[in-house]
Design a protein around this ligand. Structure first.
Ligand SMILES: C[S@@+](CC[C@H](N)C(=O)[O-])C[C@H]1O[C@@H](n2cnc3c(N)ncnc32)[C@H](O)[C@@H]1O
Length: 287
């Protein structure tokens, strides 16, 4: 699927450039993601988990925006990050890109309502083939999206390409942690909730991806994003909530899923381990 530059609100069918042996199939994952995020665009946009101020503050700090920066928000969803960055530094311009047209529509409304619509624009496109020229941005940011990539190496290459040798790339995503059994159990449970989830990577694996495309780690942060199971289940559709609930219940009191699930009243609370990384290209200056 490729973004059509002449029709910024659409994406057209095509192929994902998956690497050799990559699995699962990128087109299937993308179709599942667009299905999920079309149905849940609005609830995602208003979710307290996705609007968590602590996580957004940590991301803003990591971006280290400079006056006049041109920012690209990849897989921007409903524009939460795009708008927050524009509010944080009033001289930057932000472009958000997402494969789900419903998300692009919501993001545009959010920017207009937030009074930043003159500096924040959105278009449809996929993160494996970004519809932008090389080195077109000073800062390329992507939050909670790498785990949806069938071929994360292709995404890393695209983020590096559009940032160029002097740009910065900021990635903020779930950290698979150091217990592979728990990470695999989490991925399996998460796919029952959201079939477009591919896999969480460890912080080290995320960094290896960007190292391979010529970027070097400049700064990092760790964050725990508080969530509760009922809220998270309300952000998924057509999936097996019972299997997810069972996996979380079974994990209580042990390593389980690696998210510290515990009971609070009738519900289950937990925290997503998040890792944030800022990379710079060969001509980029450290902060
Ligand atoms: C978990 S949401 C994160 C949204 C946003 N980055 C945020 O943090 O609020 C994942 C987003 O990735 C988008 N997405 C999934 N696969 C994509 C792909 N291959 N290319 C572009 N966007 C994609 C979905 O449409 C969805 O909006």
């Amino acid at each position: 699927m490729r973004a059509d530059p002449a029709r910024p609100g659409t994406v057209e069918p095509g192929t994902v450039r998956s690497g050799p042996g990559s699995s699962p199939d990128g087109d299937t994952v993308l179709r599942l993601a667009v299905e999920q995020f079309t149905v849940h665009a609005e609830s995602f946009g208003s979710s307290p988990v996705m609007n968590d101020a602590g996580a957004l503050d940590a991301l803003v700090e990591l971006c280290a925006l400079q006056p006049g920066d041109r920012v690209l928000d990849v897989a921007c969803g409903p524009g939460i990050v795009s708008c927050r960055l524009a509010e944080a530094e009033p001289t930057v311009t932000v472009v958000g890109v997402d494969a789900t047209p419903a998300m692009v529509t919501l993001a545009e409304a959010r920017a207009a309502e937030g009074g930043v619509g003159d500096r924040v624009t959105f278009r449809a496109g996929r993160m494996e083939q970004l519809p932008f020229a090389d080195a077109g941005f000073d800062v390329v940011v992507s939050r909670y999206a790498l785990h949806h990539a069938a071929d994360p190496a292709a995404v890393a290459a695209e983020l590096a390409r559009v940032a160029g040798p002097a740009g910065r790339v900021v990635v903020f995503d779930f950290d698979a942690g150091e217990h592979p059994v728990a990470a695999q159990a989490y991925d399996e449970a998460e796919r029952f909730r959201d079939p477009s989830h591919v896999r969480n990577l460890t912080a080290a694996a995320q960094r290896t991806l960007f190292d391979a495309v010529g970027l070097r780690l400049d700064a990092s942060c760790a964050h725990r994003l508080p969530a509760d199971l009922d809220t998270v289940l309300s952000l998924s559709h057509g999936t097996d909530h019972g299997r997810v609930r069972s996996a979380f219940e079974a994990s209580i009191g042990g390593h389980g899923l690696g998210v510290g699930a515990h009971r609070v009243g009738d519900g289950i609370a937990f925290a997503y381990p998040i890792c944030g990384s800022r990379f710079v290209g060969p001509d980029g200056r450290p902060d």
